[in-house]
Design a protein around this ligand. Structure first.
Ligand code: ADP
Ligand code: MG
Length: 469
């Protein structure tokens, strides 16, 4: 029966996926409605749980309809193996699948699981085998972050720690998770160090779970036994007790000369919910920002994605002109670049057509977003207007009503209304606490004047240009 289930699984996921993930899965026992399976590594376990929980169950039910639960355990407490050894993930294992997979039903560990609750909490978050240094493309915006991450990954146990913590921040899709997982893979395969990758959510979850089972102490101890602690998406760390715990862990690790690597979507100073001590500790290491992906970098990422896809789909190719087109038009983030390549791959495979510019234009239309307009701040407007009319910013905010101040003030309010999304009352507040009707009056007045006064119209246009630069 087990071999028939395996057969089904093999057909269902395909040969590549099967060999990568299921070849080393063993049947331990079948009891009534529960099947107990085991795999050799924690990494395999979490990967299968995140991506294939449903699939495994369905295959069993096809053979044994009474099966309602799959318990998956790790055979021996081994650490994650290197990606090269265990994770020849086929290209069709999409990242999106991983994200969705997080919500897949969890396979529960049996009571006989060889891992304790605290240990389980320390299993780390699932790693994507494709997010390694080898696939990370270096460009102007990430050179420093990459170099620092590499340095950290190459350290050996006992080496002096150069920057601690290493704190990387960047907007969505700019490569934070990729870099952090690369550090984790490299660390786990290269040396005898224990590298643990946790999302802030997983950290909270682990801590809360440990509290519930009264293994919090073990959890803390185990955390402190890590050589490199990698925490992703720190902005999601919430709750007073978890924050306090995070603070203790951070201090303990840093004081013990262990490396901490953190990623978040904002600099430490903007993590409003964290307390001052944690923020200053975070800011005390190396803080690096990764900027937006420049066109060259986008092109590099697209090329590396195509190369990765070609490893499994040799006939897939994307002409240079299409790559250029995508690099130029998809400006937002790495995820969209990846999504674009995935779509082209799917489309060209399904229809058995080569990728053309036309196909690309059609398939990725919704990923192409207009260049996001620069966010203009009211302070900037006030500053630029004050400079143009040779008055001070406080004049604009004051209640003075002399003509040389009134007009610039009205212009500034007009610009605030047309160039920002602020409401009239908000603009009034920002202009020395004026009423919204005053703002409305100013806006109407300038609108009317601009329509017939060429000189003013040009002034306003020039101010807009200065602000948009
Ligand atoms: P973040 O965690 O900052 O939101 P990710 O690390 O998840 O972003 O990156 C989003 C996608 O873009 C991933 O598929 C990632 O592999 C890709 N990506 C981002 N930056 C790079 C880069 N420098 N080289 C290769 N791929 C990148
Ligand atoms: Mg991320």
């Amino acid at each position: 029966r087990w071999s028939r289930v395996k057969g089904r699984l093999r057909t269902s996921v395909g040969e590549d996926v099967y060999t990568s993930w299921f070849a080393r899965m063993d049947l331990e026992s079948v009891q009534d409605e529960a099947v107990h399976l085991s795999v050799p590594t924690r990494f395999l376990k979490s990967w299968i749980q995140a991506h294939y929980a449903d699939r495994v169950l369905t295959c069993w039910q096809a053979e044994m309809p009474e099966v309602h639960r799959i318990d998956l355990t790790v055979r021996s407490a081994m650490r994650s193996a290197a990606p090269a050894k265990e994770a020849t993930a086929p290209a069709d294992q999409r990242r999106t699948e991983q994200t969705n997979g997080r919500h897949a039903p969890e396979l529960r560990a049996t009571a006989t699981a060889p891992v304790s609750a605290s240990h389980d909490a320390l299993g780390g978050s699932p790693l994507d085998p494709r997010l390694t240094f080898a696939s990370f493309v270096i460009g102007r915006s990430n050179t420093l972050a990459h170099a620092a991450a590499r340095q950290v990954a190459e350290g050996r146990r006992g080496d002096p720690v150069m920057f601690n913590p290493l704190y990387i921040h960047a907007g969505v899709g700019l490569g934070k998770t990729h870099l952090l997982q690369a550090v984790t893979w490299a660390g786990n395969s290269g040396s005898e160090r224990k590298v643990l990758y946790l999302t802030a959510e997983k950290f909270m979850y682990g801590f809360v779970a440990a509290l519930k089972t009264q293994t919090a102490l073990a959890f803390k101890e185990a955390l402190r036994g890590i050589d490199v602690l990698v925490i992703d998406d720190l902005q999601f760390l919430q709750g007073k007790s978890t924050q306090a715990e995070f603070c203790h862990t951070l201090n303990a690790l840093i004081d013990a000369g262990r490396q901490v690597v953190i990623a978040a979507d904002r600099p430490p100073s903007d993590l409003e919910s964290l307390d001052d001590r944690v923020r200053s500790r975070l800011a005390g290491g190396l803080v690096v920002e990764m900027g937006s992906l420049g066109e060259e970098l986008r092109l590099g990422i697209l090329k590396s994605r195509v190369a990765a896809a070609r490893a499994h789909h040799a006939s897939f190719d994307v002409p240079e002109t299409v790559l250029d087109y995508l690099a130029r038009t998809i400006t937002h983030n790495g995820r969209d670049l990846e999504g674009a390549i995935n779509r082209l791959l799917a489309h060209s495979k399904l229809n058995n057509q080569p990728v053309t510019l036309e196909m690309a234009e059609r398939e990725v239309r919704d990923l192409i977003r207009p260049q996001e307009p620069k966010r203009i701040k009211i302070e900037d407007i006030q500053r630029v207007v004050a400079r143009q009319y040779n008055v001070s910013r406080s004049d604009l905010l004051s209640s003075r009503r002399t003509a040389n101040v009134v007009r610039p003030r009205q212009v500034a309010m007009y610009l605030a209304k047309t160039l920002t999304l602020r409401s009239l009352p908000e603009i009034g507040r920002r202009f020395g606490g004026r009423d919204h009707t005053t703002v409305l009056h100013a806006v109407r007045k300038i609108e009317a004047l601009v329509a017939r006064d060429n000189a003013l119209s040009e002034e306003v246009e020039s101010l807009k240009r200065q602000l948009q630069e």
